[in-house]
Write a protein that binds this ligand. Structure first.
Ligand code: ADP
Ligand code: MG
Ligand code: MG
Length: 885
């Protein structure tokens, strides 16, 4: 689509023309520089080239259009007039920094260029004028170095080598010990390096230098690191970045100058105390780069008391102004303070909670604002075990996979799920290493500290299940050479055997070939306070997906208000039970099947009773059997023989049955409610187990108002639903009346087949609730399976066809439209229909916001994401209040 850009569009703003609200146009850094300028703070003068200019740069085929270039030049002129300095002038040269600045702060973008405007003649004049040749040549060599690295992409390391050689030659340790002459020589060497790497001279014309730097900033918006970062953080690729051009101030003139960074509060703990570092006689990132050991910020009080006082006053004003903890950069030039940046500081989740609560207590913000200040996803890090940060710093990764499920795990290597279970029962901590996992591994996965797989993406079985269990998982580490038979693998040239120690970090994907200490997550008081506020503000109910009493219990502790999805099949993987379900599947007659179901019924009833107990009267939605049957079929010879014996048939005959059950596309095969249509006795058995369990718990716990919710999966047609529902009703009514009980129950359906969404008005005649099963709904709407999509989605990201994984973040445009349509159609038929979502995406904050906006009643997500969903739901309600409240 062509967007018209009238010549009147303004692409450049002086800092004094902008303000803090103009983030979208000026980027975060530019908007805040403008705001500080307006507050009368000492900010070096400059201008910002807008994000729209960046968008134009991409539309105009990676060039800066003539109209924009001339506007930039006009602002250079204005800056020259304001400062009385001039580009290339020998008596009073203008030197600037060129700094990128997107709307959201984005590591991975372009580095800043300082001292731009220096060249062979200006540097000499500058040396004379400042009477400080050392400083002048230090600035020049830094500029050549940064320009080469950032604009021309000649690696930093060549220049660092030259510096090291120079230091060796002079027999000194620190940069500051190099003399003016040394630095001048270095500048010459740098230019020679530039010439030899690029085949041209280092540019001498300041305006050329500047345009080169501006283009490099625009270009960096699309570098792979930036693209990856955007995808991980939901930042749209069409935002673009702004560029700031700012008069230089110098922290490297000598001992009366310096540079530093500071936070108004401690970003790790939240403690209300200025936190930061500075370095005398230094420039730019020297503090962070660790060229010398910096001093802590409070020492500035001794070095330069007036500057320190002025700085702390500014900190207080900024924090009060922004009503949030600030992260600031400053430079002192000959005892004069300059502010170079301020922004809301990044912080750990624990610090975020403390700061939000403190700001409320200090009367700076409201409870609603506090709730909106916390990044929901960040809570995750508080809910899983963590590596001890000191120990982690010392460790060196031996490999990396995908950060599939957050947390830290340290344990002894095992190679099978059974070993994981056995070792764990004997008191070992284990990490399960597999080529990939399958449903049979669930128990072993439960017993593992963490899971490492060679194959599989972010939505592989291992990843999904691990996230559901809140277990750390690193998936898809293709560098591992696996030898399952020998129970060993090779990684980075080392062989690891069963029992060796390993640590994996599910937050970064790092793998360590050693043991690193971990600590259980603690939930501090502030966490509870914020969550209590969030619960007051949200409209969405938050339920959990839980299949076992243990998960249900965990979720209830995290604040789940019920179970939105209890899958009944996972209970069958237990070795004691799998035989019975296999028998059911391979039955050829109703009698055979009923015999098998008789065995299963008491097991299911026991499971449901335990779940009702764990949820203490909160609502529980139980879904009838759903998965493709092949997941349960025996494959091992001894299992086949044993089953045949149990069923009193020959092994050959059983093999025949099994091969007859083969499906070409099991995901779209004989599963879900189709099983109940062909074998109503399955629905009958499951209904019996559910109703009897509810009655039993009700009689033990009369105070709990248990009302079973029975959910039918994979419905695509109202009559199909009506058929299964009739089976459920006749079964349930009989049991309830025989028990002489007044218990009521609900029957509802999953909406996970596009046809069900399209005919939701018809479906709602039968269903008392809908639960959007957005895993299946996504795969059926896109027409690709979530188990296979990992193979090609990467190319889709590379070509910007998709920006995120539709299985982890709901595709609001397509799948979301089906959800919205079905919501409206369903309510038209049945205004009080209860609507929710139970797909993996239910715990993703942007999906939660979407669910709020389309008017669902609840979201249901894995236990460890319940607090995230509660917070995201509150933020959605605050941002988009529902009118009828
Ligand atoms: P980043 O976003 O990576 O922090 P910045 O643009 O903030 O990059 O700049 C990097 C460093 O250079 C910071 O220490 C900053 O304070 C310093 N700096 C940027 N512009 C100037 C300037 N005009 N004068 C002095 N130092 C500057
Ligand atoms: Mg900065
Ligand atoms: Mg499904």
């Amino acid at each position: 689509m062509e967007r018209g850009y009238p010549m009147s569009t303004k692409y450049v703003y002086l800092f004094s023309e902008g303000n803090g609200k103009m983030r979208e146009l000026l980027g975060g850094k530019g908007a805040n520089l403008a705001e500080m300028t307006n507050l009368g703070m000492p900010v070096p003068r400059g201008f910002t080239i807008t994000t729209e200019a960046c968008t134009r740069y991409y539309q105009d085929d990676h060039t800066i259009a003539a109209d924009i270039e001339s506007e930039i030049n006009e602002y250079v002129q204005r800056l020259e007039d304001m400062t009385g300095k001039k580009f290339g002038d020998l008596s009073n040269p203008l030197l600037v920094s060129v700094r990128s600045g997107a709307r959201a702060s984005m590591p991975g973008m372009m580095d800043t260029i300082l001292n731009l405007g220096l060249n062979d003649t200006v540097v000499e004049a500058f040396a004379k004028k400042t009477k400080n040749p050392r400083f002048a040549y230090d600035s020049y060599r830094r500029f050549i170095q940064m320009y080469s690295d950032v604009v021309m992409e000649v690696g930093k390391k060549y220049f660092e080598q030259l510096i090291d050689e120079m230091k060796d030659k002079r027999g000194v340790k620190l940069d500051t010990e190099l003399t003016a002459k040394d630095l001048k020589e270095l500048a010459e060497q740098f230019k020679a390096e530039y010439r030899s790497k690029l085949g041209e001279e280092f540019p001498q014309e300041p305006k050329l230098q500047m345009m080169g730097a501006i283009k490099a900033v625009f270009r960096s918006w699309d570098n792979p690191r930036a693209i990856y970062y955007r995808r991980m953080n939901d930042i749209p690729s069409d935002w673009g970045t702004a560029v700031n051009v700012q008069e230089m101030v110098f922290g490297n003139t000598g001992d009366t100058s310096g540079t530093g960074v500071a936070f108004t509060r401690n970003p790790a703990t939240g403690e209300k105390k200025l936190f930061g570092e500075f370095l005398m006689n230094a420039q730019g990132e020297d503090v962070v780069a660790g060229v010398r050991t910096p001093q802590t910020i409070d020492q500035l009080a001794k070095v330069m008391p007036e500057v320190y006082k002025q700085f702390t006053d500014i900190c207080a004003v900024l924090e009060y102004h922004y009503r949030d903890m600030q992260d600031m950069e400053f430079t002192i030039e000959n005892k004069k303070l300059f502010m170079l940046q301020t922004r809301n500081g990044k912080r750990t989740a624990a610090a975020a909670l403390k700061i939000a609560c403190d700001l409320v207590d200090e009367g700076m913000i409201t409870e609603k604002e506090a709730v909106c200040m916390i990044e929901p996803k960040s809570l995750d890090s508080l809910l899983h075990p963590q590596f001890d940060p000191e120990a982690l710093k010392k460790a060196k990764p031996v490999g990396q996979g995908l950060a599939a499920s957050p947390g830290a795990a340290c344990g002894q290597i095992v190679f099978t799920a059974e070993d994981a279970t056995d070792w764990a029962k004997n008191g070992h901590k284990v990490v399960l290493v597999r080529l990939e996992t399958s449903p049979e591994d669930i128990e072993g996965m439960h017993f593992s500290q963490g899971i490492l797989t060679v194959r599989g993406g972010m939505t592989s079985h291992a990843a999904v299940v691990a996230r559901g269990m809140g277990t750390c998982c690193v998936s898809g580490c293709g560098a591992i050479k696996m030898n399952e038979a020998a129970k060993s693998f090779e990684l980075s040239g080392k062989t690891y055997k069963e029992g060796d120690w390993i640590s994996i970090d599910g937050t970064t994907g790092n793998i360590y070939g050693e043991s690193i200490a971990t600590a259980e997550a603690t939930i501090s008081g502030e966490f509870g306070r914020i969550m209590a506020w969030a619960d007051r503000f949200r409209d969405l109910e938050v339920r959990t997906n839980a299949d076992t009493p243990k998960d249900a219990h965990q979720a209830a502790n995290f604040g789940a208000e019920g179970i939105g999805l209890c899958r009944t099949e996972h209970m069958f993987f237990d070795p004691d039970r799998i035989a019975a379900i296999r028998e059911m599947i391979v039955s050829e007659t109703v009698e055979q099947r009923e015999r098998a179901l008789k065995k299963l019924e008491p097991m299911q009833q026991g499971d449901f009773e335990a779940i009702y107990e764990a949820m203490k009267g909160r609502p529980v939605t139980i879904r009838l059997l759903d998965p493709p049957l092949h997941e349960f079929l025996p494959t091992a010879e001894e299992d086949i023989v044993a089953l045949a014996k149990e069923m009193n048939i020959s092994a050959d005959h059983l093999r025949g049955i099994i091969s007859g059950l083969h499906e070409f596309n099991p995901m779209m095969g004989h599963r879900g409610c189709r099983l109940d249509v062909t074998f109503p006795e399955i629905a009958r058995m499951q209904t019996t187990a559910i109703i009897k369990a509810a009655l039993a718990v009700r009689s033990r716990r009369p105070a709990w108002k248990i009302e079973p919710e029975i959910m039918i999966p994979l419905v695509g047609e109202a009559r199909e639903l009506a058929y299964v529902k009739a089976v459920i009703d006749s079964t349930a009514r009989l049991i309830i009346s025989e028990a002489d009980s007044d218990m009521t129950y609900k029957v509802g359906t999953m909406i996970e087949i596009p046809r069900a969404a399209l005919t939701a008005d018809e479906i709602a005649k039968e269903a008392e609730f809908f639960s959007f099963g957005t895993n299946d709904l996504t795969q059926m709407t896109f027409g690709f399976s979530r188990d296979d999509a990992g193979k090609f989605l990467a190319s889709y990201y590379d070509h910007k066809i998709y920006e995120s994984d539709p299985f982890s973040k709901l595709d609001q445009i397509g799948v979301g439209r089906l959800v919205e349509m079905a919501t409206n159609l369903g309510r038209k038929t049945r205004p009080d229909i209860h609507l929710g979502i139970c797909g993996e995406q239910g715990g993703d904050p942007s999906t939660v916001e979407f669910c709020h906006k389309v008017g669902l009643n609840y979201v249901s997500c894995s236990p460890y994401r319940v607090p995230i969903a509660r917070l995201a739901a509150a933020q959605a309600s605050i941002k988009y209040p529902r009118t009828q409240k």
